[in-house]
Design a protein around this ligand. Structure first.
Ligand SMILES: CC(C)(COP(=O)(O)OP(=O)(O)OC[C@H]1O[C@@H](n2cnc3c(N)ncnc32)[C@H](O)[C@@H]1OP(=O)(O)O)[C@@H](O)C(=O)NCCC(=O)NCCS
Length: 168
């Protein structure tokens, strides 16, 4: 079967966690500092499901090779039309159009649910993600200096946003 996007099930969580933990341990894509346990990730998935937030996976040849999600941007009710997302593709499979498939599915889901703005927080060193987001219609709106610390150095965080519904 060609690569396709579908909602995650609990059985997908170990594969999505492996993809995520590789990025945690080797990159600044996530500001988690240590590998996340399966127990913590399963609780995260439960929380996502209870809140009605999508967790999508990209399946290729019976293997989960990417995942994506979105959820609240900030808690106060006035932010309710804004969501913040994450997208991760397995190391070694990037640059082949898989991230785009997940991003298009996330944007379609959020647009169908009448969210207005999608925000991404991207480490300013993460050139792949900055380019990917630019190609996905996001514009950078903020650059926070030294708000993160990992691998013994301060990290800058960029915020990017995309309008989902044309500004209605
Ligand atoms: C960011 C990430 C999800 C992109 O996924 P991907 O599968 O590599 O991206 P795609 O191949 O689908 O690329 C989609 C578009 O982005 C562009 N793009 C992706 N990576 C790029 C790069 N390094 N340089 C320039 N353009 C890039 C592609 O050229 C493509 O544009 P096009 O259709 O006009 O050619 C992937 O690199 C990844 O998982 N990185 C590690 C985790 C991460 O950083 N996640 C984001 C956290 S904020």
């Amino acid at each position: 079967m060609p690569p396709h996007v579908r909602p995650a099930t609990v059985a997908d969580i170990p594969a999505t966690l492996e993809i995520y933990n590789h990025a945690v341990l080797h990159t600044t894509a996530s500001y988690d500092l240590e590998a996340v346990s399966l127990e913590t990730r399963l609780a995260w998935f439960d929380h996502k499901q209870a809140g009605g937030w999508p967790v999508l996976v990209l399946e290729q040849g019976d293997e989960v090779v990417g995942w994506a999600t979105y959820g609240p941007f900030r808690d106060k009710p006035g932010y309710a039309a804004t969501v913040e997302h994450s997208v991760y593709i397995r190391d070694g499979l990037r640059g082949a159009g898989l991230g785009r498939m997940l991003m298009l599915a996330l944007i379609a889901d959020a647009t169908a649910r009448d969210f207005h703005i999608m925000v991404g927080g991207v480490d300013a060193e993460n050139a792949d993600s900055l380019a990917f987001h630019a190609r996905s219609g996001f514009v950078q709106v903020a650059h926070f200096r030294q708000v993160g610390r990992k691998f013994g150095r301060w990290l800058d965080l960029a915020f990017l946003q995309r309008v989902l519904d044309g500004g209605n």
